[in-house]
Design a protein around this ligand. Sequence first.
Ligand code: OAD
Length: 261
Amino acid sequence: MAEPLAHGADAFAHEPELRQAILELRAECARAKRIAVMIGAGASAEVGVPTFRGAGGLWNGLRAEDLATPAAFARDPLRVSTWYAERRAKLAAIDPGPAHFALAALERAVTARGGRFLLISQNVDGLHRRAGVSSYVDLHGTLLLDRCTRCAREHAVDFGSPRELPPRCAACGALERPAVVWFGEALSPLDWERAASAASASELFLAVGTSAVVEPAASLARLAVAHGARFFELNLEDTLNSANAQRTLRAPAGAVLPLLV
Ligand code: OAD
């Protein structure tokens, strides 16, 4: 008899290839001592956070150049901070979902057997933290914090409370911006170093819900493969990194990740 996927409830019984790939990924998750997982917007899509590309994506009808660049903020700080305040207000009503909790469970399982786990997130929503993941790098920054454009003081933002826009630093009075990485800005060298080291050292590299169009984040999967990792991709559709993957799983993140631990 085929190995059951989860408590006998085998949602993928009618998709044998996918089912087989899930079993392989589950075996890798149980075996590998060093696991790096890269997540993108697709990991949060099921709980209602819009993706960037594709139908309903944030960059459909809006231009990243008008909202997510230093030049856009310099030109129109009110417009940019209003857009971020709207994203934060929506996030205030959203909780982590099965994909986020499953990643936290995977981390616990790997660390409990003495292994190393790092979640490399391109998402700025902080839902992975709220689900209990403790080893993570927010490669594109976080919406949870604002940073002063002059004194660099950072502080937590309460998504639920409206405030005057554009926000100003309580310490020095200069404009504050979200602590995210905008197009044209460099990633934090420390975050990049952590992510690249984990990718290079990983035995298993899993990419979940990312279109792999934004660099250098997308290059981490290739870096992992170049250093001998097994690379699995979980996404609804093909991406620019699919050709580099040992296995591609075409399924929703929230349906597959909970089956892995
Ligand atoms: P994208 O919007 O580019 O891609 C989302 C991916 O998630 C697509 O490949 C979808 O097929 C997939 N997807 C959607 N729903 C899914 C589900 N339920 N399960 C599995 N996969 C699903 O988002 P990112 O790749 O994260 O950068 O975008 C990368 C960067 O571009 C973002 O971090 C942001 C953006 O501009 C910055 O802000 C710097």
